[in-house]
Design a protein around this ligand. Structure first.
Ligand SMILES: [Zn+2]
Length: 345
């Protein structure tokens, strides 16, 4: 069985514009995404969609830098104190030869805590982020309490956010929270497998030097694709986490045959790690119609992906990440979850 959770406050993250291709464009990470997902899940009759419980701020503070969380909570007030009413976006960052000091002005803080200009902060962003985090925590709780599968309908997504940096539409790392919650509930080892089109740089950063949480990612080659500065095959973990990170960059145009080979390699890595729990960062942006991505998977392929991962036979928490083609998004998520359930029958 699968338990389903969705962020009831997801629509509170409803930004106007992101900087892309030299223009301020309408954001692609918009509330309609979750509406499409929930409509498809209801139609598929997997079960009721539950409202997440409130697990409080402590799990977030345990994973993230408290100064960063304080910034997220106060950013809008600092922004509007400058007389601004439009969405908050950073405009400069630490470059080579500069100092990574923590400035006082909101423009400096936005640059200090971010890595791109595509992730606007609005008046209600923090509320949406907080409830998205609670959604992941609730799904993890369901798995640790014995549900074979749980789905966290997180929005905003999380896999680009580390413990102290936002970007890529992400603020708090929901998959990381879920993994840590599984650990705290008694799992000795947890594997996170990220199938979003983009590398989950934030998740990798959070767990890079940990031996208890592995990170495996299939994504577009960062030499050619966002986020560009992490996700290469030679990043394999450090310290206690040496050998627990596996990056599988793939070329533009990747179809199911090539993807399936990489997924098989991911499965072998998961089996070797022998985790007690699995967290899937589910992005449907590898779909062929995705507006910002360049893979060529179909809706049927997401069903295949679900069946492969379901056959890995681990208690599994699925956390929603990206996916921006509104026409196929709901069907892709439903196909993936249906595949998981098929494999477990
Ligand atoms: Zn993505």
């Amino acid at each position: 069985m699968i338990r389903l959770f969705a962020n009831p406050d997801h629509a509170l993250q409803n930004a106007r514009a992101e900087l892309a291709e030299g223009l301020l464009k309408p954001v692609v990470e918009r509330p309609e995404r979750m509406v499409r997902i929930l409509t498809a899940l209801e139609a598929a009759r997997f079960g009721p969609i539950e409202t997440p419980a409130d697990h409080g701020l402590d799990p977030i503070l345990a994973l993230c830098d408290p100064g960063y969380i304080d910034f997220l909570q106060r950013a809008w007030a600092l922004w509007t104190a400058e007389g601004r009413g439009n969405d908050a976006l950073p405009l400069n960052w630490v470059g080579r030869g500069m100092r990574r000091v923590r400035p006082r002005h909101i423009d400096g803080l936005l640059g200090y805590y971010s890595f791109d200009a595509g992730t606007p902060i609005t008046a209600t962003t923090w509320q949406a982020v907080y409830r998205s985090a609670q959604t992941a925590l609730s799904a993890a709780r369901a798995v640790s309490e014995g549900s074979r599968f749980a789905f966290a309908g997180c929005r905003p997504p999380g896999h680009h956010a580390s413990g102290d940096t936002f970007g890529g539409y992400c603020f708090v790392n929901n998959a990381g929270l879920a993994a840590q919650a599984l650990r705290d509930a008694g799992a000795d080892r947890v594997a996170i497998v990220d199938v979003d089109y983009h590398h989950g740089n934030g998740t990798q950063t959070l767990f890079y030097d940990r031996g208890d949480v592995s990170f495996v990612s299939l994504h577009a080659d960062p030499a050619w694709e966002y986020p560009y500065f992490l996700g290469y095959a030679d990043e394999t973990g450090a310290g206690a986490g040496d050998g627990t990170t596996l990056n599988l960059p793939l070329p533009f145009g990747t179809r199911w045959d090539r993807y399936a080979e990489a997924l098989d390699r991911a499965g072998r890595a998961v089996a070797a790690f022998a985790p007690d729990g699995l967290v899937i960062s589910l992005g449907t942006d590898p779909h062929e119609d995705d507006p910002i991505s360049r893979f060529a998977l179909t809706t049927e392929d997401f069903g295949r992906m679900g069946r492969v991962i379901g056959a890995w036979d681990r208690p599994t928490c699925v956390v929603m990440e990206g996916g921006y083609d509104l026409a196929s998004l709901g069907a892709n998520v439903a196909a993936f979850l249906g595949g998981l359930l098929d494999a477990a029958r």
